[in-house]
Each structure stands twice: as C-alpha cells, then as structure tokens.
Design a binder for this molecule. Structure first.
Ligand code: G3P
Ligand code: CA
Length: 254
C-alpha cells in the first residue's frame, strides 16, 4: 500500500562525489575535491590514467581536449607536459590555473579528510598501471600508518582480479553497466567486495542477492533529488552523485 511504501525505513548511505563535486568545480581537480569535502561528502570518486612516463594522473578521458587547454592523449604526454595544462578554464574563468592532479598529490592532501574511490580507467590498455597503483596504495603511509577509506574500482574484471592479488588490503570493486547472474556474482566475490552499478540496473531483488554474497552496492550516477530517494528505498550502500550529498535525507532516516 502507499502507507507501507511511505514508511519503509530508509538506510543511511555513503555519499560519493562523482569526479569530486563536479557540478560546482571542474571535475577531477583539487578544487572539485575540496568542494566535496566542504559539502560533507564521505568519499570522492576520481579517475586515474597512466602518463607516458608512468605516473598515475587524475583525469577521466583518454585525451586532454575536453577538460584542459591542451591536446593529445595522456599516454603520449609526460607529467611535465601535463602539469603545464590549465584544467579549470574550460569550466569557468574562476578556476583558471587549476592543474591536472597526480594521484600521489591527492593522497597527500585528502587521505584522512575524506574517503577515496579510485577508478582505474582502461587499465587493460595501459600496461603496468594496475601494478603501480597496487604498489602505491599498499605502501602509502601517513604518520607511519597505512591509510584507511581507499577503494579501487574498474569496469575491467581481470585487472581488478590482478589488483586484488597485489593489494589484498584495499577493497576492490567492479563497475557494472549490465546485469550480473548468480554465477558471476559468486565468482567476482573472490576478489571484489563491492559493485558499482548503473542506477537503472538496480532492483531490490538484485541488491538482496548481492548482499547474500556480502557485496556492498553503490549506484551511479545520481543527479536528481527523487533519484536519491529511490536509491535509498532500494537500499544501496553508497550513492555516487554529481549533486550535493542530500544530507537531510540520510540523517533523517539514519
Ligand atoms: O563511478 C562510476 C562512474 O564514475 C563511471 O562513469 O564515466 O563517470 O567514469 P564515469
Ligand atoms: Ca569514474
């Protein structure tokens, strides 16, 4: 009935800022990550790729055209070349001079302040990237301590399997843009502890099934208020969103 629908308990969820607070500041920059912290997000989601000289660079696209004033593929550019680019002006003059961050800069600045959900972009086409990321995260320490609240995800299942072997202490997740059957749910669970699922694929029954295997479920990418409520009713554990974290909802029903 509409009565029971209305009074279903809504669970609290992890709020995850997609490419940082990318509605308010240029995606995947220090500015968008700072804004996400200011807005009170629990995690920032960011994308990493491999530069020509083997560094992990925080950028979504394979090339720099859309989000900087330069041209070319990340894999053809050195860090020195990438650092000359302006990654803020395309978004607004207010952000002129914003740089493409390196992953280690983001780790230094944000670990301990906010969780990091790192997406490996196309690791299957960038040999060595998975190994470098695993090594970096397994050895990364602040004040002599290993850092918490870092997770890694990718659409590429075999690279995540490899990542888990190399970095068993870092929670690994699979990004899904299609449904997963029971067989794959069981087999991915050997290396993945969460699934990040396109929101249109989610149903209560899928989430219940995935929970039986012990997965956490994150949904992407949420942009509207009513979608937050829908996702919360479905019972997802995390919401990757472009918008504010909708704190009143998650607090009200926590
Ligand atoms: O975390 C999910 C989402 O980031 C996947 O899509 O294209 O924004 O990396 P995309
Ligand atoms: Ca992403």
């Amino acid at each position: 009935t509409s009565f029971s629908y209305f009074f279903q308990p809504l669970m609290p969820f992890q709020s995850i800022a997609h490419r940082g607070a990318s509605t308010y500041a240029p995606e995947n920059t220090i500015a968008s990550f700072e804004k996400a912290v200011d807005l009170g997000f629990d995690y920032i989601e960011l994308d990493v790729r491999f530069s020509k000289d083997g560094h992990l660079v925080v950028i979504h696209d394979a090339d720099v055209q859309r989000t900087t004033d330069g041209e070319g593929f990340i894999g053809d550019l050195t860090v020195d070349e990438i650092k000359k680019l302006d990654a803020g002006s395309w978004f607004s003059p207010e952000f002129a001079g914003e740089k493409v961050p390196l992953l280690n800069e983001v780790l230094d600045r944000f670990t301990g302040k906010v969780g990091l959900l790192i997406e490996m972009k196309a690791p299957e086409n960038q040999p060595g990237m998975t190994e470098v990321l695993a090594e970096m995260l397994m050895s990364y320490k602040k004040d002599g301590q290993l850092v918490k609240n870092i997770k890694v995800q990718s659409f590429h299942v075999n690279e995540m399997k490899k990542f888990h072997k190399l970095a068993p202490d870092i929670p690994a997740g699979i990004l899904l843009s299609k449904q997963l059957d029971m067989f794959h749910l069981a087999s991915y669970r050997q290396f993945a502890s969460f699934l990040s699922v396109h929101h249109l694929l989610l149903s209560k029954s899928f989430i219940k099934q995935a929970e039986l295997f012990g997965y956490d479920i994150y949904s992407w990418t949420i942009k509207k208020q009513y979608q937050f409520a829908d996702m919360q009713r479905l019972g997802v554990h995390g919401i990757i969103s472009d918008e504010e974290k909708r704190l009143p909802d998650s607090r009200l029903y926590a």
